[in-house]
Design a protein around this ligand. Structure first.
Ligand code: TMP
Length: 344
């Protein structure tokens, strides 16, 4: 991180020459700020060197440290020298030395940093934790998506905790057992909320330990389902919202899988599963509308669940990566502020 900090410290006097825009994304997500120039999209090494010269600044050469990146770095050096622009290659050499065993490109820096942090510090207390919720009516593919997200994130080195509501805990177990069959929608909402109260604590603890929590359904399920008039009864959304503020926590990301109930009910039936009391087309249409309104109000990311599972997965991963990058950026800024306070 010290090496990356030294790039930001040169801001103002240096332009940073990288290969492509993905490299800039990886650097900024790792908390690096700078005056970046893309060598590829900027017209090659000659143009990139001219950009530094025109800006009246020195250059940090930060191409990948693979064969292609080495050739590009040589080209940049030649062109910068020809224009009399001074350059720094030390940062690239240091990154190549530190990250070489794990990756050969700038684009992979954030995942390399994750690996390094894990091995140096352990994930506990690193603060990379996040709560990611997947919502949607039955048959939108939530469970399949959650399982795949958990698997891939774990393979990428994150510590992942998978969970769902109703939970497998005491209150969730009672709900699932059907023990409360026939109670009003308001009572049902309160039961889901009671289950959520303990669950929220467990999720927050896991996130504070640095885990990425993937949760199948959370408070939006209660808001959407219990206020949509099952059997004519409905809980008052305005009464439920303040309870959510007390007994739930705003997730770092909520993904809403959205699809027409005609499609989702067909999927549920084709799985040969029992159709629950919630799976009635008119009711599910109202639930879907509630979900979409909540998404608009609370900034959920809506993904079209009529797409194939691979496309849905890719879209969800894009949202998750963006959120994890934001969290890492915030953390780097905090760490930098702490270290400059320490120096001051
Ligand atoms: P599941 O099929 O995703 O396990 O969820 C069981 C059912 O519980 C599902 O049809 C939606 C319903 N449900 C609510 O009505 N309110 C809630 O708050 C939650 C968490 C689930």
């Amino acid at each position: 991180m010290k090496t990356l900090d030294s790039i930001s410290a040169l801001k103002g006097t240096h332009v940073v020459l990288v290969e492509g825009s993905k490299d800039i994304a990886a650097l900024t997500s790792s908390g690096v700020s700078g005056d970046f120039v893309c060598v590829q999209s900027g017209g090659g090494p000659v143009r990139a060197a001219e950009a530094a010269w025109k800006a009246g600044k020195s250059a940090v050469i930060l191409t990948d440290w693979d064969r292609r990146g080495n050739i590009l770095a040589d080209d940049l050096r030649t062109n910068l020298m020809a224009l009399g622009v001074s350059y720094n290659t030390r940062i690239r050499d240091t990154l190549a030395f530190l990250c070489g065993p794990y990756a050969k490109d700038v684009e992979s820096l954030d995942s390399v940093i994750l690996h390094l942090e894990k091995s140096l510090l352990g994930m506990r207390g690193v603060g990379m934790g996040a709560i990611i919720v997947v919502e949607g009516i039955d048959g939108t593919g939530k469970s399949t998506l959650c399982a795949r997200l958990a698997k891939v994130l774990a393979e990428e080195g994150y510590e992942v905790e998978s969970t769902s509501e109703p939970t497998r805990g005491k209150v969730g177990g009672l709900i699932r057992s059907g023990a409360f069959e026939g109670v009003s929608q308001s009572t049902e909402a309160l039961l889901f909320m009671a289950d959520r109260n303990d669950h929220t604590e467990r999720m927050a603890e896991a996130a504070s330990e640095g885990k990425v929590v993937i949760c199948d359904r959370y408070f939006a399920s209660t808001l959407a389902y219990q206020s949509s008039g099952l059997d004519g009864g409905r809980a008052d959304m305005d009464a439920l919202l303040p309870l959510c503020e007390v007994f739930a926590k705003v997730p770092d990301l909520t993904i809403l899988l959205d699809a027409d109930p005609a499609l989702t009910m067909g999927r549920v039936r084709s799985r040969g599963e029992d159709v629950s009391k919630f799976e009635e087309a008119g009711f599910l249409r109202r639930v879907r509308e509630k979900y979409l309104a909540l998404a608009e109000e609370h900034g959920f990311k809506v993904i079209d669940a009529s797409m194939g599972p691979d496309e849905v997965f890719e879209a969800a991963m894009r949202e998750i990566r963006e959120v994890l990058r934001c969290i890492r950026r915030r953390r780097s800024t905090r760490r930098r502020a702490r270290s400059s306070r320490g120096r001051g």
